[in-house]
Write a protein that binds this ligand. Structure first.
Ligand code: C5P
Length: 464
């Protein structure tokens, strides 16, 4: 009987097969089998998950991608696979070339209950799952043992094999379980790499101190025990789901004042510090959201993990906001100048003896909040504005909610006596179409956390 392999098919057919397989959650080989069965008139068998991660998606089982590095501690990683499976995690496994010198793909695969991935350039594997899918279809990446070599490559973002490609491509949290000789661990280069990795947000378990595999060697460098690593996985995955209620959500936030030019060196501004908007951006990023912060000129540190776009004028801010759409939630905390100078000078306006004082004529700026809230296309499902008032705070905020077409207004009294404008605390009244919720006086960070908690509690429901 003649035989034909998938690799011999032409590119267009392979592409079609790959798409069909991906849609059905099968490997390409299983897809071919299913097509042949169909052609032979057999009833279609239900799609068999190609790998643990696929079944995980169906059962919302948490997915762990375990990268086994090349060190003697790799033998403990086989036990780690068992411990993770016992806890109900779907485990996929990558072995570096060096790791395959210590444990076999067969052993790791048998314990993981699926194929083990080893090669970046293996045409079958790339064709079937691919390093980008391996990197994306996971909730946590665990590197155990994390060798000095792997840590050095990660710290520099180097890619030379499947493991390092996945580590660079993943958006999931990474947990390292380092294991190496104590001299290598305490070496300045390793410690430098470690600091870099920590700054990059990588989590760490171990290494422990004790007897090393090499006879007569003691010190810090033993890989954490499989049960300890599994415990760290539990903690991280729990944190991912319970402490990151906005994971997968895109949030846009405006903050700070705008500067409206009078001429190239002078401008009209206001006293907004940007603190409240920046605090909201930081809280949203901590809650796992993907955050774009469109900021007027401020002197604040950029919050970690936030995409900050710096603008000056109201018109620039509107342009940046429109470019950032679509988003799930838009929060307009900026103190946008209501007016700009209509006759702004192209050149610096000169003071001339005896000449008349220049007259500035003002024209209205676009209302960014109102423009976005009234959009028919790409209107964010939840649009939140602020109302900084000096009198009749609630009544003005209610009127603003209707006029601007937003879903919530955070109203606050910014009369000079309150010290809110530019200060560190805030007293907010949340005005929605359902009523008014008075929040206690609190720091701008606490107010931001309260807003993010309120958003997280709301977006699961039917409407804002
Ligand atoms: O009308 P008022 O300036 O009080 O409205 C405040 C709210 O509207 C804030 O959320 C502010 O960010 C937003 N706003 C805006 N564009 C403007 C003026 C205000 O987005 N031109």
């Amino acid at each position: 009987m003649a035989s034909l392999t998938v690799r011999q098919l032409d590119e267009a057919l392979k592409q079609q097969l790959r798409l069909r397989a991906a849609r059905n959650g099968r490997s390409v080989e299983d897809e071919v089998r299913s097509i042949l069965r169909e052609a032979a008139g057999e009833t279609e068998a239900p799609a068999q998950p190609a790998a643990p991660a696929a079944s995980a998606a169906a059962t919302s089982q948490a997915r762990v991608l375990l990268i086994i590095g090349g060190g003697i501690a790799a033998y403990k990683s086989l036990d780690l696979i068992r411990r993770l499976k016992e806890r109900g995690y779907a485990v996929r496994c990558i072995l570096t070339q060096a790791a395959a010198e210590f444990v076999t793909p067969l052993a790791a695969g048998a314990l993981a209950g699926g194929r083990v991935y080893t090669d970046l350039f293996n045409p079958d594997h790339e064709f079937d799952v691919g390093h980008i899918r391996l990197a994306r279809e996971t909730d946590l990446v665990v590197v155990a043992p994390a060798t000095a070599d792997l840590m050095a490559k990660m710290a520099q973002g180097l890619v030379g094999d499947l493991a390092t490609a996945v580590l660079l491509a993943t958006r999931a949290k990474i947990l390292l379980a380092p294991a190496m000789n104590p001299a290598m661990w305490s070496h300045k280069a390793t410690q430098r790499n470690l600091s870099q990795l920590k700054a990059d947000g990588v989590a760490l378990i171990g290494p422990n101190a004790g007897e090393m595999a090499e006879r007569g060697e003691h010190g810090k460098g033993r890989m954490a025990e499989p049960l300890e690593i599994a415990g760290a996985v539990d903690r991280l995955l729990k944190a991912e789901t319970t402490l990151q209620p906005l994971k997968g959500k895109r949030i846009l936030i405006t903050a700070g004042p705008t500067h409206e030019p009078i001429d190239p060196v002078r401008y009209i501004a206001n006293r907004s510090s940007g603190k409240q908007g920046y605090a909201i951006a930081a809280a949203a990023a901590e809650a796992g959201a993907s955050v774009t912060l469109i900021s007027g000129p401020v002197t604040l540190r950029k919050p970690d993990g936030v995409n900050v776009i710096e603008v000056e004028s109201a018109r620039d801010m509107l342009g940046a906001v429109e470019t950032a759409l679509p988003v799930d939630i838009a929060i307009f905390a900026a103190a946008v100048a209501d007016w700009r100078v209509a006759n702004a000078g192209e050149q610096k306006i000169k003071k001339q003896a005896g000449a008349a004082v220049p007259q500035l004529s003002l024209t209205e700026n676009p209302d960014i909040l109102s423009t976005i809230a009234h959009r028919s296309k790409d209107r964010p499902p939840l649009v939140i504005g602020f109302a900084a008032e000096t009198e009749n705070v609630i009544a003005n905020a209610k009127a603003k909610l209707a006029r601007k077409g937003c879903d919530w207004i955070l109203a606050n009294d910014v009369s000079p006596a309150t010290g809110i404008m530019g200060g560190d605390s805030n007293t907010i009244h949340l005005v929605t179409k359902d009523g008014v919720d008075d929040w206690p006086p609190q720091s701008k960070e606490e107010a931001a956390a309260m807003l993010i908690a309120k958003i997280a509690a709301t977006i699961g429901k039917d409407r804002p």
